[in-house]
Ligand binder design. Structure first.
Ligand code: NDP
Length: 241
């Protein structure tokens, strides 16, 4: 899976799955741009990359001006875009009795609206390179989970978005796919409100809830994302792994 001379934009490249994907793709020769709100975390990822040093783009994907600037700066720096990885996301737990519209808005703005906004701006450039998009969805988009209504709905929306845009862009030579990971060891759940003890218990439960008897590692999702983004997947669109 060579990415030599491929330009890849990864949203949420400062942590977890986005970070692992940046590290992996930079090793494979990609020219990368990574986004996030925390410049120190982005810089740390850039320092760790063994290949091309990533372009760091600081911004909140919920702000349309920031999203516009992310695309513009990627294009002005690298002159083209081959791959968009829509990875930035958040989780917030809450059942229908516990959640409220503010939580729904936070989750949907980051997980769905921002994905829509950045994709619309990236598409003209991806058509030029016959590039592709990988959306980071979740098993929560495929299966219901109790106490996670907004997050599950948001990831189902990402899955449907993936399939619709794959159909829209197939004739233009642009592929669109998704990954739907199960539980992966990252900062996501702790940032979403779980304390250390709850998180340890949650990971422990993966021994029985995950077929392989363990949670996944971010590096394992990174290689799946890389496969879908690579020429090795040239006949795959509208799919989710
Ligand atoms: P992390 O919390 O480790 O990373 C999330 C990334 O998204 C960070 O780089 C963060 O950067 C960025 N981000 C979040 N909100 C914003 C925002 N408003 N603007 C810009 N960047 C933002 O989580 P993961 O790596 O686990 O999550 C990555 C994706 O994987 C998400 O879409 C998540 O839903 C999905 N996923 C995760 C699973 C898991 O078990 N971990 C399972 C299935 C799917 P910063 O905070 O600096 O802005």
């Amino acid at each position: 899976m060579s990415f030599v001379d491929k330009v890849v934009l990864i949203t949420g490249g400062s942590s977890g799955i986005g970070k692992a994907t940046a590290l992996y793709l930079s090793k494979q020769g990609a020219k990368i741009a990574i986004t996030g709100r925390n410049v120190a975390n982005l810089q740390a990822v850039a320092d760790e990359c063994e290949g091309h040093k990533p372009l760091i783009l600081v911004g909140d994907v919920n702000e349309e001006a920031a999203v516009k600037s992310i695309i513009e700066k990627t294009l002005s720096h690298y002159k083209k875009l081959d791959v968009l990885i829509n990875n930035a996301g958040i989780i917030e737990s809450g059942s229908i009795e516990e959640t409220n519209v503010e939580q729904y808005d936070r989750v949907f703005n980051t997980n769905v609206r921002a994905v829509y906004c950045i994709t619309t701006l990236a598409v003209p450039h991806l058509i030029k390179t016959k590039g592709n998009i990988v959306n980071v969805s979740s098993v929560a988009g495929l299966r219901a989970a109790n106490g996670l209504v907004a997050y599950c709905m948001s990831k189902s929306a990402v899955d449907q978005f993936t399939k619709c845009v794959a159909l829209d862009l197939a004739s233009k030579g642009v592929r669109v796919n998704a990954v739907n990971p199960g539980v992966i060891v990252t900062e996501l759940h702790k940032r979403g409100g779980m304390n250390e003890q709850q998180y340890e218990q949650f990971l422990e439960r993966c021994k029985t809830t995950h077929a392989l008897g363990r949670p996944g590692q971010a590096s394992e999702v990174a290689t799946t994302i890389a496969f879908l983004a690579s020429d090795a997947a040239s006949n795959i669109t509208g799919a989710s792994i």
